[in-house]
Design a protein around this ligand. Structure first.
Ligand code: IVH
Length: 677
């Protein structure tokens, strides 16, 4: 078959691109594009080569594992090649893998009892550790799979790697392979310090690990918080290992090497998939980054029968999680004005599927961040969406910047109301100075006022508020209570029925609590928890209005900045006026006796998270109780949480607490704790 010139050209271009990215990744430890994009280039090349096998050359990137080692380190020949893994990007591809395996092993179709060891796919750098007579004599990188770099000096600085094996029965020569990685916490701490010292940060924990291992000065490696999990063996002489992969890992552990505790022997493709889902659900809570799971046929006899293809074993596959990083193009950069006037640059993106959802906007947080990343309209950027966190612009692909782009400047005037944009000294955030004159701030303040945790006016959507603000019908929250069904029915997307429903919800929202009311006012720095502390402490609104900064400081949660914000809010005549009008309109709440917050007792200073339904009290009541005893209630579980109180139908928060080792209390235990206060 003759090869069209265009195909040959495309093939060359793909090879060049992949070589370039291999170099950036393996040699410079500074990848330019996300893995997903790299995988795509590689797959395109593989597909073309499959179609035109006569074009496969020995130096094609498909024929090698990684890239050549750099000369600064001595080289090491891997007597047993360090191979790579094939990838499965979907459950179909996993089932297909299982089908191929069972077919080759001539097992019955489906073979649901075939055993695999399932392990997390760690996102770090592969290393080979050579033990002779139980002593660590050499550490090496994978390099291109047959030649790696001698990094013994650096490897010896990693405390998790034993310099001598322990126990008995290890082979005279034992080469162990594993992944050196930087745990998430260490990575964050390292980057925070590097940022503070004005030094270069790492893009992700994997680069941090790879970069640290290839330091020329081992003292620098020693300062990096590196860890290891071993996952296979290479050369073995003068001794025998068990004949199942899972047992080999157990044995390695007996000899003092660390294997990942999350490993598990599973049966069939179903077992693999269940493991994948379980680990996927706990991924965020793991202390290290993983980018998928690896399944390995457990029985070594079966492994030998299956053998290898050019760069990967037939008996293993990496099942990847959906990419958390992708490439996309910036179509525009807009400045949004928030409730407190904060001006936030937002990148409008060509929609891209990343981290399991389609993303078309990404916040750039503030102008400094925008300038630091130098994002411009037309740029190709890497976007990251991990777990449930908001999508983040990782950086610009400099080589793909089109000609004629310009740096983005902070607007001098508010894009919504035209008032001056000001930036206080030392503040990262620029703000519109228009206050409630600014329609954007007004609309955001009103959206906040009606939101679920504030006055909770059901059915009062953003679009409705924006219309009412735009036509000047609603200037303050008090105006909401003068709206009639007939005028609402005139607005876009409103029928008579929905207009009536909205009026009814407005009416229903009048009966509220002091805490909700305070939160709804949108005082800067007063979130839900502080509002509740204020309400509990003072009992009555007028006590808060009359409180001095000093009085306010005695409330749990309130520091000098918050006290000042509260004071200035109530000192503003416009705000007192709106409050009086709200009360006149019928907004009310039960008053309570002022309660002082406990200063001693088992709950003081403890951080709680509530999840599920409690039978004896509402969540608000539980929260109030905790706060009145000096504890704090937050919304999400982290290492800082002391207790997770769980009721019926508790979900992921309870799971997360268990995986982080955070204390958990059922309702009975919680009540017992309160009783001891
Ligand atoms: S086994 C012959 N197990 O993934 C099989 N590899 O794409 C060799 N990796 O170079 C690898 N976690 O750096 C294996 N549990 C795990 C792994 C793992 C991460 C990395 C390793 C390897 C690459 C292959």
């Amino acid at each position: 078959m003759t090869v069209p010139a265009a195909i040959a050209k495309e093939l060359d271009s793909l090879k060049d691109q992949i070589r370039h990215h291999n170099y950036r990744y393996h040699v410079l430890d500074d990848p330019e594009i996300p893995d997903a994009e790299y995988d795509r280039l590689m797959r395109q090349l593989q597909a073309l080569e499959q179609q035109y096998p006569q074009l496969v050359t020995a130096d094609s990137p498909t024929q090698r594992v990684g890239d050549a080692p750099i000369s600064a380190f001595g080289t090491v020949q891997h007597q047993v090649p360090m191979l790579s893994l094939d990838n499965a990007f979907s459950s179909e591809e996993l089932f297909e893998f299982h089908r191929r395996v069972t077919e080759r092993l001539e097992l019955e179709e489906g073979a649901s009892s075939l055993r695999y060891t399932a392990e997390p796919k760690l996102d770090g750098a592969a290393v080979s550790l050579l033990y002779e007579g139980g002593k660590l004599v050499r550490g090496a990188t994978r390099g291109d799979g047959s030649t790696g770099e001698d990094i013994t000096h650096n490897i010896r600085t990693i405390e998790a790697i034993p310099l001598s094996l322990i126990g008995k029965g290890y082979p005279a020569v034992l080469e162990v392979r594993g992944e050196v990685f930087m745990p998430k916490a260490g990575f964050e701490a390292y980057n925070a310090k590097a940022r503070a010292d004005g030094q270069k940060t790492f893009v992700n924990p994997r680069n941090a690990a790879a970069g640290s291992l290839r330091q020329l000065d081992p003292r620098l490696t020693a300062e990096r918080p590196l860890d290891i999990y071993v996952y296979s063996v290479g050369r073995v002489e003068g001794g025998i290992l068990p004949d199942h992969h899972s047992e080999i890992l157990d044995r390695l552990q007996d000899w003092g090497l660390k294997a990942c505790p999350e490993r598990k022997v599973v049966e069939g493709a179903e077992g693999c998939l269940a493991f994948y889902e379980d680990i996927g659900a706990r991924r965020d809570a793991l202390k290290y980054e993983i980018d998928g799971v690896v399944y390995k046929v457990d029985d070594l006899r079966q492994q030998r029968e299956l053998g290898f293809v050019s760069r990967a074993p037939r008996w293993a596959i990496a099942h990847k999680f959906p990419a958390q990083e992708e490439l996309t193009v910036v179509e525009g950069i807009e400045f949004q004005v928030g409730r407190t006037g904060a001006i936030t640059p937002v990148a409008r993106l060509e929609p891209v599927f990343v981290g399991g959802v389609t993303v078309s906007n990404a916040t750039l947080h503030n102008i400094d961040e925008l300038h630091r990343k130098d994002v411009r309209v037309g740029d190709t950027i890497t976007i990251r969406r991990a777990g449930d966190v908001i999508p983040e612009v990782v950086g610009v692909i400099a080589s793909r910047r089109p000609k004629g782009t310009r740096p983005v400047q902070l607007p001098k005037d508010c894009p919504v109301c035209g008032s001056a944009v000001v930036r206080e000294d030392g503040e990262a955030v620029a703000r519109c100075s228009g206050g409630l004159f600014c329609a954007a701030q007004r609309a955001e303040a009103l959206k906040h006022f009606v939101s679920r945790k504030a006055l909770d006016v059901e059915g009062f959507g953003a679009k409705l508020i924006e219309q009412l603000v735009a036509n000047n019908r609603v200037k303050t929250a008090a105006d909401l209570f003068t709206l009639t069904a007939s005028e609402l029915a005139e607005l876009d997307r409103m029928g008579e029925k929905s207009a009536e429903n909205v009026v009814q919800s407005i009416e229903a929202s009048k009966g509220t609590t002091l805490a909700r009311f305070l939160y709804a006012l949108g005082i800067r720095e007063v979130g839900e928890a502080t509002a509740l502390s204020l309400a509990t402490h003072f009992g009555k609104l007028e006590n808060i209005i009359l409180a001095s900064e000093e009085d306010l400081l005695s409330v749990a949660d309130v520091g000098p900045v918050v006290a000042l914000r509260i004071r200035s809010f109530f000192d503003e005549p416009h705000n007192s006026d709106v409050i009086s009008r709200l009360i006149e309109a019928g907004v009310s709440w039960p008053e309570t006796e002022p309660q002082s917050v406990a200063k001693v007792g088992p709950l003081v200073g403890k951080v709680f998270v509530l999840t599920g339904t409690l039978s004896g009290m509402t969540r608000d009541e539980a929260k109030q109780l905790i706060q009145s005893h000096g504890g704090k209630v937050t919304g999400s579980v982290s290492k800082k949480t002391d207790y997770v109180v769980f009721g019926d139908k508790a979900g992921s928060k309870l799971k997360k607490a268990q995986s982080l080792g955070v204390g958990t209390l059922n309702e009975e235990e919680f009540e017992a704790l309160l009783a001891g206060c």
